[in-house]
Structures are given as C-alpha cells and as structure tokens.
Design a protein around this ligand. Sequence first.
Ligand code: SER
Length: 315
Amino acid sequence: MILITGASGQIGVDLADELVRRHGPGNVLVTDLRMPEKQRPGRVYDVLDVTYMESVEKIIQSRDISVIYHLAGILSATGERHPELAWNVNVNGVRNVLEAARRFGCRVFWPSSIAVFGPTTPKIDTPQATVTEPGTMYGATKVTGELLCKFHATHHDLDVRSVRFPGIISHSAPPGGGTTDWAVDMFFQAVRHGHYTCFVTEDTRLPMMYMPDAVKSVLDLMDADSACISIRTSYNLTAFSFSSGELAEAIRAYIPDFTCDYAPDFRQDIADSWPQSIDDSCAREDWNWQPEYDLDAMVRDMLHHVRIMIGKEQA
Ligand code: SER
C-alpha cells in the first residue's frame, strides 16, 4: 500500500487523486492529524501524527506500506511564527519517516523547497549546488531534512527522492501558511471580488509551478530508474517565474476590471530572501523533467476551475 502523510494539504489532495487513478481504489492510505470532513472516493483514511515514531512505525507495519509520500510539514510563514513547531514537525517528522522507511524497506518521496536558499545565494538561475544559508526556520528545517535524506541514502541505501518545490499554484486544496500563497489567493479574490490586496510588493518575483506539473514531477521522479538519480539531497525544480504585478496583469487578460493593490507584511522579507529563478537542469538531465504549463496556460486553467468552485459555493 502507498502512504501519504499530510494528505489534507495543498499537494496531498491532488497527489492522492493521481495515485488512486494509477493504482486503483483501496491502495492509497491518506493520513493527516485529523480526518477530513468530506472524504474523497478511492482513498483509505487514517490519522497519523508524524512526530510520534511509534505511530509512524505502527502504520507502516500494520498497513504493509511500500512507498511513502511524506508531505506533512509546516510552511514558511507559519514556521516563522511557531519555530519550535516547525522544527518538531519538519525535522523530527522526516527523521521518523526515514528511519521507519529504512527498517521496513519502503521507498520515500519528501518535498524540500526553494526556502533552502537565502540572502547569500545567487538569486537568478540559482544553481543546484550553491550556498544554502536560509534566513527562516522553515529553510533551516528543509536544509536539515535534505541532509538527513542524503545520509540515509548513502549510509543505509534508502531509496529517498526529493525536489525543491517552488511556489505551487492550485485550486483543489488551499495552501496553508506559505509565503507564496499570494499566487493562489489572487485567483480566488479576483473571481470573488474583482480585487486583491497582495501581501508582497508588485515587483516581488518568485519561481512557481502549476499543480499538475508538481504532481507530474513527483511521479516522474519516483518512476525514474534509481541509477539515474544523482542527487540525494533534493533536486532544483521550476516551471516559470513571475512577479505579483505580472500575475495580476495575466489575470487581467481574462478579468479586465480586476484590480490589485499591495500591502507587504512580514512575508515580504522571506520572499526577498528567496531566488527569483531556478536552474533545474540537473532534474531535466537526470529524469527528463519537463513542465507542461506556462504562465498563460496556468492562468486560463486556474480561472476555469476557480470559477466553477465559486459558482458552486454561491449556488
Ligand atoms: N511555498 C512554500 C512557502 O511559501 C515554499 O516551500 O512556504
């Protein structure tokens, strides 16, 4: 059986859909701290707190888990407000999962982030191997997680694979507590109210990706022949970069009256410390990474889905 931790989160919901489609109903165990109010078809549900080693081991053993998508984590903005929680969930969680995976012979996917980079990292076309001195607790936990992955891969031959996700744009489940959340919020506010107040400045540019590409990257990486995986910390990954002003402009192509103003808060400093664009040539070379959505295709598809969702809410 396949285990997803943090399955109610932004990535988990869409990844579970795809894994159920691939492996059939009853083969994907989705876990989170709580049972969701609405259950989706095809999944098996359970509760799991990844900070408890006994719980992680018990679920892997009792459910005969062979692959783990370990998505449970605290994002950057929440992590700055609750650094101890971020450390406990992100570092102890990944440590528990890696250790249990080693004992029970599971393969593991774990997401890292562009947050491993910081003010001293080159900001344009950030290379794979470069300075990783993040300014945030979230970044510190992701650097630590990457090193734990590499340790387990090299010392214990654990097949753990990872990507450094950029901001991810999606509509199925809201992101929670991230610095790149503005790129999702803008769509919902544009459709609901025709206006958005963005929490970073108009010229704040960050690397981004649409969810179908994020899910594709996870599956492509996990499908790749192990001999092709030359990086066991985490692969740089991107689809495109845009500023908040450019996203507003791209939305305006479909909602001409949409207006956006800018009221930066504490998340501005986090965004300013991250790269503006990413060199993901290692992922392209090693496992043929290739995104499918460009900015305009993403905007068109997002607006289509967000309009349907908001139409249903208002009906
Ligand atoms: N999207 C994440 C965040 O903003 C970055 O990994 O926290």
